[in-house]
Design a protein around this ligand. Structure first.
Ligand SMILES: Cc1cc2nc3c(=O)[nH]c(=O)nc-3n(C[C@H](O)[C@H](O)[C@H](O)COP(=O)(O)O)c2cc1C
Length: 491
């Protein structure tokens, strides 16, 4: 039969009432076993994919130097025309199914061929007509439709990526136990490509030991299962269980496709599975009074890119975010902070558990010596309040000099403008030495460059004396290069 089903909650429904969310959490496992996950002994080279980040072939000193190797789509092999990445979008029976229409649009509009495979329950929420119209492909939940095409095998085998969203507790359980009683669960067993589950359900269902055991089983097989986000659930409920934002599921699916393409092309991509990484992002605020503060222009985009890429490569990621307005990256545990002292407390308090600490935030070096409990008022006599500043603690130097874990890699950032006597790189080298970190990512921020931009360009200084220029590219690409270098320090 062709599944049709009603649409009690269509894409235009303004009232999300079930498990959907805004905040990600920790614990994204790595690339899929079926996709050829590399072993722990995999070498990490500077040669990189977009997921891994592309570095220039102009490296100053690492032996052999990096080679640029851009990838932005799945290719059919060298010399062939690029093939449209083929994505299977499995939809489970939860109210968050309506949000997946947005994900489907993002996938189709960015050139992917998308075959939607809903469950019968999913079609109770969003009907087959919607999925078929948005995807331009036939839609059914039933493996006995068009049986001459053997869809229960063909769809999975032809996929470059399977995304399941919302992944219900039921689907997670069926996948963990290898059940195959509808088209989607058959597809999950026949697919040999990367698989991404984006769960959404009530907190109680997510936290149930049965669900947690099933999630652990899937992750142990190399399937990426995002943690659901925290936020408003059905009715007045709040907690973990919301579907990660479609934009974030889309971003992570792109990274998984790029990763898979890079591996297929024989490139080395550092696998961060089993590692816990601690990242800071954003710009701190130092309050003068309840409404005014000293701040800076950091958007947090580079730190968020580092978090997104690390999660996509399998790391457990904690992101301490100072005043950023960016959506939480899927699968990342986000800890919001305001001031440099808050950031100091969160980073130093979590440092002992981290295999790598990447300080991409822009913490204020100084804060007002006094904080006025009440708003400082303007007076008629024209007097201007004097603000005296005191130094904040140096977070990078503290974690670098007080390492709490063997093999921990510390990465700093230096936003420099240079001056009459010193180049940006001179200042970067001095900072690397002074702070005692392993890697320092040096940005030239003169003329307003970098802050708020989606593009970055840097030189990465290594404590071994090498310097790796990374040409202008996306912040995701730079993040990939940074993680590859971190991984070389672990090996
Ligand atoms: C209104 C409503 C909302 C639901 N929302 C969810 C949900 O968000 N997550 C979930 O795991 N199950 C949810 N369920 C339960 C599933 O629909 C049910 O377990 C179903 O069997 C799932 O089938 P599927 O996994 O084949 O899609 C909901 C059920 C109803 C009636």
């Amino acid at each position: 039969m062709s599944a049709t089903g009603g649409t009690p909650h269509g894409p235009g429904d303004p009232t999300p009432t079930s498990a959907e969310g805004v905040t990600g959490a920790s614990g994204v496992p790595g690339p899929q076993a079926g996709a050829g996950t590399p072993g722990a002994d995999d070498q990490v080279a500077h040669e990189t994919s977009p997921l891994a980040g592309s570095a220039a072939d102009t490296s100053v000193s690492p032996a052999g130097g990096p080679k640029s190797s851009p990838h932005s789509s799945v290719t059919a092999g060298s010399g062939s025309a690029p093939k449209r990445p083929s994505v299977v979008l499995g939809v489970g029976g939860g109210i968050a199914a309506y949000k997946v229409c947005d994900l489907l649009r993002r996938l189709t509009e960015s050139g992917h061929s998308v075959r939607v495979v809903p469950t019968a329950a999913a079609l109770e929420f969003v009907g087959a007509a919607t999925w078929a119209a948005l995807s331009g492909q036939p839609v059914t939940a039933d493996p006995f439709d068009n049986v001459q095409e053997v869809p229960h095998v063909r769809i999975g085998k032809g996929a470059d990526l399977v995304v399941v969203a919302p992944a219900t507790a039921n689907l997670i359980a069926k996948a963990a136990h290898g059940l195959a009683d509808d088209l989607l669960t058959n597809t999950l067993l026949t697919a040999r490509c990367p698989i991404l589950f984006a769960p959404a359900m009530h907190t109680e269902m997510w936290e149930h030991p049965a669900t947690q055991a099933n999630v652990a089983t899937l992750r142990s097989r190399g399937i990426t299962v995002l943690d659901p986000a925290v936020g408003r659930l059905t009715g007045a409920d709040t907690g973990r269980g919301r579907l990660p934002e479609p934009s974030e599921i889309f971003a992570i699916s792109q990274l998984m496709l790029a990763d898979s393409a890079a591996r297929a092309a024989g490139e080395r991509v550092a696998d961060l599975t089993g590692k816990h990484v601690l990242i800071s992002a954003g710009g701190t605020r130092e309050h003068l009074d309840p409404v005014r503060y000293l701040g800076n222009s950091s958007s947090g985009k580079q730190g968020y890119a580092l978090a997104r890429i690390a999660a996509a490569r399998g790391a457990k990621v904690t992101l301490v975010a100072a005043n950023s307005e960016l959506p939480d990256p899927a699968g990342v545990h986000v800890v919001p902070v305001t001031s440099t002292r808050d950031l100091y407390d969160e980073i130093t308090g979590r440092a002992a558990d981290a295999d790598a600490i990447v300080m991409a935030a822009a913490p204020a070096d100084f804060r007002p010596a006094e904080f006025a409990e009440h708003k400082i008022k303007k007076t008629d006599d024209g007097a201007v309040p004097a603000v005296s500043l005191i130094q904040n603690p140096d977070i990078l130097a503290t974690v670098a000099h007080d390492r709490q874990r063997d093999g921990q890699v510390i990465v700093g950032f230096a936003a420099e403008t240079g001056d009459a006597q010193h180049s940006v790189l001179d200042l970067g080298r001095a900072k690397l030495e002074r702070k005692g970190c392993d890697l320092l990512v040096v940005n030239d921020v003169s003329g307003g460059k970098v802050f708020g931009s989606d593009i970055n360009e840097a030189v990465i200084l290594d404590r071994d004396g090498t310097a790796l220029p990374v040409p202008s590219g996306s912040k995701d690409a730079l993040a990939g290069v940074i993680w590859n270098l971190v991984a070389t320090h672990w090996h």
